[in-house]
Design a protein around this ligand. Structure first.
Ligand code: GAL
Length: 691
C-alpha cells in the first residue's frame, strides 16, 4: 500500500451574510426572485456523505471561488435511517452541519430530500427494511410506502426548520426537491403512479417550507411543484407551464463509473458550451451534477457494479482538487454570466441567423444589450461579421459579448490553467517504502464444510430479502444425499447455478470449485457451470454470493433480483448422452449472512488478536485478511490509499470502511488517453460509456 499526499492552493473569500429576516423566494418565467432581486442561479451538487466533514469547508469555498451561487445536495434516506426509526446524523452524515457550512461560506443551498435519489447510491437511497415491510410497494399509491416517505420527509423538513435554514425563515435554502425523475418511469405504474405523484406534491406542499418545491423530469408537474430538466444538454427544454422558469437541475459534468468501464471524460469546452447555450436560450437555474462527486464509502455505491470512486470527472476531483482546466474555464463563464444577469432576466430577446451555422441572440434592456453568438455546427469553424466586427467562432462553441461588441468569453477557447497531478511517495514521516503486513485467513469452514446457517428455508431466497442489506456476503448452503447406486456417482456432473449477475464463489464438500461474475460493466444475469465430483452419502454445496451494490434506477428497480436465482441444478450427462437433472431449488437451504471477519470486526484496530501472522504473507490467496499500519502523512489534506495490485475486497482505515476495491477488474479501453478528446458534437455520440 502506498500513501500519497496532495498539496492544494489556498483561497480567501469574503462571505455573504444571511440575515435573520425571512427571505421571499418566488419566480417568474425568467428568474428566481429572491427578496425582489431577479437572479440566474449557478449551482453545483456536492453530496455530503461522499466526502468527510473535514473536507466540506474547503470544497464549498472552492465552489464559491468557482463562481457558484448555490450548493445542492441529496439526502440519502438509507444512510440516515438504516434501521426503522433509528436515525443517524453523526459525522459525515451531519446534514445540518453541512448546510450551515454552505451558509457560512455565503452560498445558497438547494435541498433534494427525495427521498428517492437514484444517484448511483445503494438502492437509490431506499432503506432495505422498507423493501422488507409487509404489503409495501415502492413509488406508487401504497399506504405503507407513503407513510414511511412522509415520515422521513417531515423529519428532514422539521430538522431544517428547527435550525431556521429555509430562506423563508431567514436561512439560505432557496429550493427543495421531492421525488426524482418519476416522469421517466411513471407509465408502468399506471393510474396509481399518477395518484402517487399528486400525493407527493400535496404532501410536500403541506409541509409549508415557504420556498418553492421542484420535481426533476416531471413534465407538467402537479401544482405548485415546479418541473426541471436534467441531461448533458437542456437548451431545447421548455417547461410545460410557461410561467415556470427554465431550470436545469442536473447538468452531468461527466458520468459515473462502473467496475470494468473506462473513466468518463467530458471536456471543459463541451460542458461550457452546454451551459452557455442554456442561458442563450433563456435558462434561469443551472446545477452541475456533480460539482464534486467524491467517494462511495463503505457499501454506499449503487448499481449493481458502481465503483467506489464517484469522481464523475467533475470540476473538483474525487479528493477535492481543482480539476483543471474544467474548474477554471467554468469560473470564467460564471463571472461573465453574472455580469449580464440583469439583462438576461429583464431584457427583450431577439435571434438573428448570421449564416448557416451561426446564430446571434440579443438580450436588450433600456440600458444595454448583451449577445450570444453560437456556432452549433460540429465540424466547421466560422468567421462572421456581426455589427461591423468580425468574430471567429470555432465549431460547437458560443461566444458571449456582454456589450454586444467585445467577446468576453468563448466556450472553446480555453485560457484556464491546465495542470497535472503528480503522485509522490510520502517521505515526510520517514516511512519505509514497503509497509510491513500481517495476514489471517477468513474462516469459511463452518459454512463451506459444515453448512451451518442461521436460517433454513425450502427455497432459494433473494439476497435482499434474506440479508436485509446487512452485508455484501450471503452463504446459500444445501446438501444432497446420494446412495451408492445413484447415477450421479458415475459420470461427469455439472453444478449449474443461475445468478442475477453479482459475484458467486462455489464450494462442494468444503472444496472451492470456482467463481463467476458479470463482465465489463454490462451487469447481466449469468449461469455458472462447473464440473464437480460427488461422493456417496451427504454432499454439501455452499454458494457464497457477494452483491456489489443494489440497483438504483428504472421503473420498479426495487424488485430486481439480487444474489443467487433459481434454479440450482446438478446435471449429469451419462454415456448414452442422456441428461439427468436434479433441481435443488426447493431443497432445504441454510442461509448465513456476512463473513466471520466482518462479524468479528477483524478491521477494528482496538481489537487485538494473536491470530495475525506476520511472516510468509501469501499472495493470490482467496478469502484472506491483510493488515498494516502507517503514519498519517503530515498536513490536513485528504489521504488517498492506492490499492492497485489487489484483487477484490473491502478496505478499512482505523475501522472506517473506505469501500469496495476491485482493481483487477479494469477497462478494456480508456478514453482520450492517446490524443486529446474532441470536444465537438453531442457528448453521447462520441462516448459510448453509459453504464
Ligand atoms: C440522473 C439521476 C441522478 C443520477 C444521474 C446519473 O438521472 O437523477 O441521481 O443518477 O442520473 O449520474
Amino acid at each position: 500500500m502506498k500513501i500519497f499526499n496532495f498539496l492544494f492552493s489556498v483561497f480567501i473569500f469574503s462571505s455573504v451574510i444571511f440575515h435573520a429576516n425571512a427571505h421571499n423566494v418566488t419566480h417568474d418565467s425568467r428568474s428566481i426572485i429572491i427578496d425582489g432581486n431577479h437572479r440566474i442561479i449557478l449551482s453545483g451538487s456536492i453530496h455530503y456523505p461522499r466526502s468527510t466533514a473535514q473536507m466540506w469547508p474547503d470544497l464549498i469555498r472552492k465552489a464559491k471561488e468557482g463562481g457558484l451561487d448555490a450548493v445542492k445536495t441529496y439526502v440519502f434516506w438509507n444512510a440516515h435511517e438504516p434501521v426503522r426509526r433509528q436515525y443517524d446524523f453523526s459525522g459525515n452524515l451531519d446534514l445540518v452541519r453541512f448546510l450551515k457550512t454552505i451558509r457560512d461560506e455565503g452560498l445558497y443551498a438547494i435541498l433534494r430530500i427525495g427521498p428517492y435519489a437514484c444517484a448511483e447510491w445503494n438502492y437509490g437511497g431506499f432503506p432495505m427494511w422498507l423493501h422488507n415491510m409487509p404489503g409495501v410497494s415502492f413509488r406508487t399509491k401504497n399506504d405503507v410506502f407513503m407513510n414511511e416517505m412522509k415520515n422521513f420527509t417531515s423529519l428532514i423538513v422539521d430538522m431544517v426548520k428547527r435550525e431556521r435554514l429555509f430562506a423563508s425563515q431567514g436561512g439560505h435554502i432557496i429550493l427543495a426537491q421531492i421525488e426524482n425523475e418519476y416522469g421517466n418511469v411513471m407509465k408502468p405504474y399506471g393510474e396509481d403512479g399518477k395518484s402517487y405523484i399528486n400525493w407527493c406534491a400535496q404532501m410536500a406542499d403541506s409541509l409549508d417550507i415557504g420556498v418553492p418545491w421542484i420535481m426533476c423530469q416531471q413534465a407538467g408537474a402537479p401544482k405548485p411543484m415546479l418541473e426541471t430538466c436534467n441531461g448533458w444538454y437542456c437548451d431545447q427544454y421548455k417547461p410545460k407551464d410557461p410561467n415556470t422558469p427554465k431550470m436545469w437541475t442536473e447538468n452531468w459534468t461527466g458520468w459515473f463509473k462502473s467496475w470494468g468501464s473506462a473513466d468518463p471524460l467530458r471536456t471543459a469546452e463541451d460542458l461550457a458550451y452546454s451551459v452557455a447555450r442554456f442561458f442563450q436560450k433563456g435558462g434561469t437555474l443551472q446545477n452541475y451534477y456533480m460539482y464534486h462527486g467524491g467517494t462511495n464509502f463503505g457499501r454506499t455505491s449503487g448499481g449493481p457494479y458502481m465503483t467506489t470512486t464517484y469522481d464523475y470527472n467533475a470540476p473538483l476531483d474525487e479528493y477535492g482538487n481543482l480539476n483543471q482546466p474544467k474548474w477554471g474555464h467554468l469560473k470564467q463563464l460564471h463571472d461573465v454570466l453574472h455580469s449580464i444577469e440583469y439583462t438576461l432576466t429583464h431584457g427583450d430577446v431577439e435571434t438573428q441567423k448570421i449564416d448557416n451555422s451561426v446564430t446571434a441572440t440579443i438580450y436588450q434592456t433600456n440600458d444595454k444589450p448583451s449577445c450570444f453568438l453560437s456556432n452549433t455546427n460540429t465540424t466547421t469553424d466560422a468567421t462572421v461579421n456581426f455589427g461591423g466586427i468580425n468574430y471567429f467562432i470555432p465549431a460547437w462553441s458560443i461566444s458571449i459579448l456582454p456589450d454586444c461588441r467585445e467577446e468576453a468569453y468563448n466556450t472553446a477557447k480555453v485560457y484556464a490553467q491546465t495542470w497535472m497531478m503528480v503522485k509522490k511517495s510520502n517521505k515526510a514521516e520517514d516511512e519505509p517504502s514497503c509497509l510491513k503486513w500481517a495476514w489471517r485467513p477468513e474462516l469459511i469452514e463452518s459454512a463451506s464444510v459444515q453448512g451451518k446457517g442461521d436460517v433454513s428455508v425450502n427455497k432459494i431466497v433473494d439476497q435482499k430479502d434474506m440479508a436485509n442489506d446487512a452485508s455484501d456476503y450471503l452463504w446459500y448452503m444445501t446438501s444432497v444425499e446420494l446412495t451408492k447406486d445413484d447415477l450421479m456417482l458415475n459420470g461427469t456432473v455439472t453444478l449449474r447455478v443461475a445468478d442475477t449477475g453479482h459475484v458467486l464463489h462455489a464450494f462442494v464438500n468444503g472444496k472451492y470449485i470456482g467463481s463467476q461474475w458479470a463482465k465489463y460493466g454490462n451487469h447481466v444475469a449469468y449461469v455458472f457451470e462447473k464440473s464437480i465430483k460427488l461422493l456417496p452419502g451427504k454432499n454439501l454445496i455452499s454458494l457464497l454470493s457477494v452483491t456489489v451494490g443494489f440497483k438504483n434506477y428504472e421503473a420498479m428497480f426495487d424488485l430486481v433480483g439480487a444474489g443467487i436465482a433459481s434454479p440450482v441444478e446438478l446435471v449429469l450427462k451419462n454415456a448414452g448422452n442422456e441428461t439427468i437433472v436434479k433441481d435443488l431449488s426447493s431443497n432445504k437451504w441454510a442461509y448465513k449472512t456476512g463473513l466471520d471477519g466482518i462479524s468479528n470486526k477483524y478491521f477494528d484496530p482496538s481489537k487485538s488478536s494473536p491470530k495475525w501472522v506476520s511472516d510468509q504473507v501469501p499472495i493470490n490467496r482467496n478469502f484472506t485478511w491483510y493488515k498494516t499500519t502507517f503514519k498519517a502523512p503530515l498536513g490536513n489534506k485528504p489521504v488517498v490509499v492506492d490499492l492497485l495490485g489487489l484483487g477484490k475486497g473491502m478496505a478499512w482505515v482505523n475501522g472506517h470502511s473506505l469501500g469496495r476495491y476491485w482493481p483487477s477488474y479494469i477497462a478494456d479501453k480508456q478514453l482520450c488517453k492517446t490524443k486529446a478528446c474532441d470536444y465537438r458534437g453531442r457528448y453521447m455520440l462520441r462516448n459510448t460509456i453509459v453504464g
